[in-house]
Ligand binder design. Structure first.
Ligand code: TRP
Ligand code: SF4
Length: 438
């Protein structure tokens, strides 16, 4: 199995996907007032989320970054990323949003000018109308730091790795080959001193973006000067990775760790190691924070030490006919700019989990877990868990029938779109404020 970020494959079995790629389960229990996408398992996986949870619970600084390619119209599936960004922003995250104009050019054959036009007229207006507050929205083409990092960090990524992750071959254009590196630049540039210093960064995305996250986490690791791990005998080993400045790095680590209260240390220079005795597994994170700080001082010229980005993965929305919701298939999607009558027609035709006849449905009930209408309620339209649950139960019992259910769905959707249209109008005036400098 391969995840291709540029194909339109639909994933069915998310638990299997998670296991196969070593994605961890997402659990929002400790977070304050988790939003519905978190409560309902729409966000189903994560990498390195402990760092963000720790930052949130202990009120430490963290950055939030995501991005979209400006191609086609935005549909309600795209809204999920913005919903998550808004939640993390409320908890104190510093927000950045990339407009992937280079990627659109490299992989979708959209000119930079066209991408800019689509982004400004559609995406940025939608972002603001969806409630994105104080943040930096920027174009990949306009951020020198993003492009510099893409170039610089590529030093430790080789061709066989790119082929293994993305399935590139001899016919892949170099612009396409390079575009994931630009995304690495997007994700990490927020940790430059000029932006947010090194700090944990959460990247909420659809699971199709996982290859880029893996690439970024890998390259961060390659540039680290230290490696802190739990050893077999329950110590934490801090190892210096290269052969340069070994004793100085060991001494600096020793000093720093003593300062924060780890007094029982054992230094073995021949192993390039400093062992922390009587430490707990959770201490690794605290220790690594100190090591990153030391490395940061050691970086000469371009900054090369970063926190590995954390990610959350959401499921995709099913298209209205049961396939994938996609901008390139208007009949499959509900666009943020659809008119009420269009939506009514779309919902009327969409696939449900209803039985073949009314009689059968009354007798045996429907299948909300296979129903697109139910999914739209679950992802977007119904806030209260009790109300959603009632629909589920009444559908199962055959008390609720699809006609009535669809009618309710289009009422809610039309109301939402009508309000959204007004918000879009108001947002148009603010676009310039959000694009300062870009
Ligand atoms: N590749 C993403 C897409 O296909 C867009 C994107 C660019 C992005 N840079 C990013 C997403 C950084 C998350 C983080 O839509
Ligand atoms: Fe879906 Fe509603 Fe029909 Fe149940 S009653 S299958 S939830 S449309």
């Amino acid at each position: 199995m391969k995840i291709d970020p540029w194909s339109s494959a639909q994933f069915q079995d998310y638990a299997k996907l998670r296991d196969e790629f070593g994605i961890s389960e997402f659990n929002a229990e400790k977070l304050p007032s988790p939003p519905k996408l978190f409560r309902r398992g729409v966000v189903f996986g994560q990498r390195g989320f402990e760092l963000i949870e720790d930052a949130i619970l202990n009120k430490k600084k963290f950055a939030v970054l995501s991005g979209l390619m400006p191609s086609g119209n935005m549909h309600i599936g795209h809204k999920m990323v913005i919903d998550q960004i808004n939640y993390f922003a409320e908890l104190g995250g510093v927000v950045f949003v990339a407009i992937a104009d280079i990627e659109a050019y490299a992989t979708r054959n959209i000119s930079i000018e066209k991408a800019r036009e689509i982004a400004i007229e559609q995406y940025v207006v939608n972002y603001i109308a969806l409630g994105l507050k104080q943040c930096q929205i920027y174009f990949q083409t306009k951020r020198k730091e993003v492009k510099d990092l893409a170039w610089f960090l590529a030093k430790k990524i080789n061709w066989s790795e790119m082929k293994a992750i993305y399935g590139f071959d001899n016919s892949t254009s170099m612009a396409h080959v390079h575009s994931p590196l630009i995304q690495v630049g997007d994700i990490l540039h927020v940790q430059l001193a000029k932006f947010c210093s090194p700090c944990p960064t959460i990247v909420p995305v659809g699971v199709d973006q996982d290859p880029h996250i893996r690439l970024t986490r890998g390259v961060v690791n390659s540039f680290r000067l230290y490696n802190a791990t739990l050893t077999k005998d329950n110590k934490i080993g801090v190892f210096v990775k290269g052969d340069e400045n070994v004793s100085e790095l060991l001494n600096l680590a020793e000093k720093k760790l003593k300062e924060i209260g780890f007094n029982e240390l054992e230094k073995i220079p021949s192993y390039k190691a400093l062992y922390v005795l009587k430490a707990k597994t959770e201490d690794i994170q605290k220790i690594d924070e100190q090591l990153i700080e030391i490395e940061f001082q050691f970086n000469k010229g371009m900054q090369t030490t970063f926190y590995q980005p954390s990610s959350t993965y959401h499921r995709f929305m099913t298209g209205l006919a049961g396939d994938k919701m996609s901008s390139s298939k208007p009949e499959s999607s509900i666009f943020l700019t659809d008119l009420p009558f269009e939506v009514k027609e779309k919902i009327k035709k969409c696939k449900t989990g209803g039985a073949i006849s009314l009689e059968e449905q009354r007798k045996y009930g429907g299948k909300p877990e296979e129903c697109v209408v139910y999914e739209i309620f679950l992802y977007h339209l119904i806030e209260k868990d009790e109300e959603l649950n009632e629909i589920f139960v009444r559908c199962k019992r055959g008390e609720l029938l699809c006609g009535e259910c669809k009618k309710y769905c289009s009422q809610l959707m039309e109301k939402w779109l009508k309000e959204f249209k007004e918000k879009r109008e108001a947002a148009k005036e603010k676009v310039k404020e959000y694009l300062r400098g870009d």
